[in-house]
Design a protein around this ligand. Structure first.
Ligand SMILES: C[S@@+](CC[C@H](N)C(=O)[O-])C[C@H]1O[C@@H](n2cnc3c(N)ncnc32)[C@H](O)[C@@H]1O
Length: 407
């Protein structure tokens, strides 16, 4: 199974909660009839437009509506679920086994119907030795939180067969989150997640980026355990992603927080400084679309063929993803674009210490030592030594050695 795979038992549970037991039985036997999904497909199409091209029309508390909630559960939850898993997997890659704890406390801010909570529960139960998980989910929608409670509890019961010694507790808090209104949440947390929340906070208000940065700093100060992580996930639209990059710079410049990943270094975002307004730093992962998403995509003409999103993981203990690749020689770079191949050359944008540059290999300069360059994909980490700095790009030459970090 790929880390991005959606557990079929959770998909069945969601079909049963949104469409009923009969539909869940049909789902188990194969395809759900399109007529069963059609009413929800319309709600998905509407919500999808509001999350992208019609963002200014997104009503407050949209998950208060039953149809929108069902659409979220059936379509947006499975599409967002793997993103939390991918981030936890990056934390797990650190040499200090950051997730190997007996007891883990999770704070899910803007939890909605519980996407990140359920994903973290699934990941931690199946991939770590954790014995007890305590989650606190906060959202302004009481209806979404009720759904989150039922779904997470039922899913935890399903997981119990595999992990009988795991205890899971969930508390929900109905709250409208603001910089100075975080009361009612108690204790410190190992994992704080804000999945697709930040872009909705202070949206359209003057100083919204500064307020988002203040929000993150305040959450960290009040609730982040000394060795904890803050996971921020955002949609991969150019506007929301660039805003996250700007908020990142404000947080790093004005707080004790460091970036764990995706950036390998903590200096001001080189892409914002050296790139153009058309550049934005997002991730894209291949995934097996759950069956219901495939069907709905066909009905509404969507193409969710890869998982795209932007993210940022903050910590305060200085640990970084690059600690996992510190044995590599040369300077470290992370791919923030896709490899382009033209006649005679391949090039890709890489981000490294203080630098965001196009790196080019001319086919005539290929050697066994730089061979790995052409295998670099978006998100990969590579070390490069002996490269040549040109005015507008970095050239991978015959003397260059390229090593790709293992996934
Ligand atoms: C796009 S949904 C994300 C849900 C879930 N975290 C996910 O990634 O699938 C955003 C959620 O944030 C909540 N939200 C937005 N602004 C909020 C605020 N100021 N306080 C609390 N919740 C808020 C909304 O009610 C909604 O449930």
């Amino acid at each position: 199974m790929m880390i991005t795979d959606f557990p079929p038992e959770l998909e069945r549970l969601i079909v049963q909660r949104t469409l009923g037991e009969e539909a869940a039985r049909q789902f188990e036997q194969g395809l759900l009839p399109n007529r069963v999904l059609a009413p929800l497909a319309r709600a998905v199409a509407e919500l999808s437009a509001r999350f992208t091209t019609e963002r200014n029309l997104l009503p407050a508390k949209y998950t208060d509506s039953k149809a929108a909630r069902a659409a979220y559960l059936l379509y947006f939850l499975p599409a967002n679920f793997p993103k939390t898993a991918l981030l936890l997997d990056e934390l797990a890659a650190h040499p200090d086994s950051l997730l190997q704890k007996e007891h883990i406390r999770i704070l899910d801010l803007g939890s909605g119907v519980g996407t990140a909570t359920v994903s973290a529960l699934n990941y931690l139960a199946r991939k770590t030795q954790v014995r007890s998980i305590e989650a606190v989910a906060v959202d302004s929608s009481a209806e979404a939180l009720a759904e989150c409670r039922s779904l997470a509890t039922e899913f935890a019961q399903l997981l119990e067969d595999e992990s009988p010694n795991l205890s899971f507790k969930l508390a929900t808090i109905v709250k409208s989150l603001k910089v100075d209104s975080l009361d009612g949440i108690n204790g410190s947390f190992d994992i704080i997640i804000a999945s697709n929340l930040l872009n909705e906070l202070f949206s359209g208000q003057e100083g919204s980026l500064r307020d988002r940065a203040r929000f993150i700093k305040s959450v960290a100060q009040k609730f982040l355990a000394a060795d904890g992580s803050i996971l921020i996930i955002e949609p991969s639209l150019r506007s929301t992603t660039r805003e996250l990059q700007m908020v990142r710079d404000l947080v790093v410049a004005e707080s004790e927080l460091n970036i764990y990943s995706p950036c390998l270094f903590d200096d001001l975002c080189p892409m914002l400084r050296e790139g153009t307004e058309r550049d934005w730093c997002h991730s894209a992962y291949p995934w097996h679309r759950p069956q219901t998403i495939k069907q709905i995509d066909q009905m509404i003409g969507n193409r969710k063929e890869s998982l795209k999103f932007a993210y940022m993981i903050f910590r305060r203990d200085g640990k970084q993803l690059r600690d996992a690749v510190s044995n590599l020689p040369g300077s470290l770079w992370r791919a923030v674009g896709d490899m382009q191949t033209e006649k005679g050359r391949s090039f890709i944008y890489l981000c490294g210490e203080g630098s965001y540059r196009r790196h080019t290999l001319l086919k005539r300069d290929r050697t066994p030592e730089n061979r790995a360059f052409e295998d670099i994909e978006r998100g990969d980490i590579a070390s490069i030594s002996g490269y040549i700095e040109k005015e507008k790009e970095t050239r991978i030459g015959r003397e260059t050695t390229v090593t790709k970090a293992k996934e």
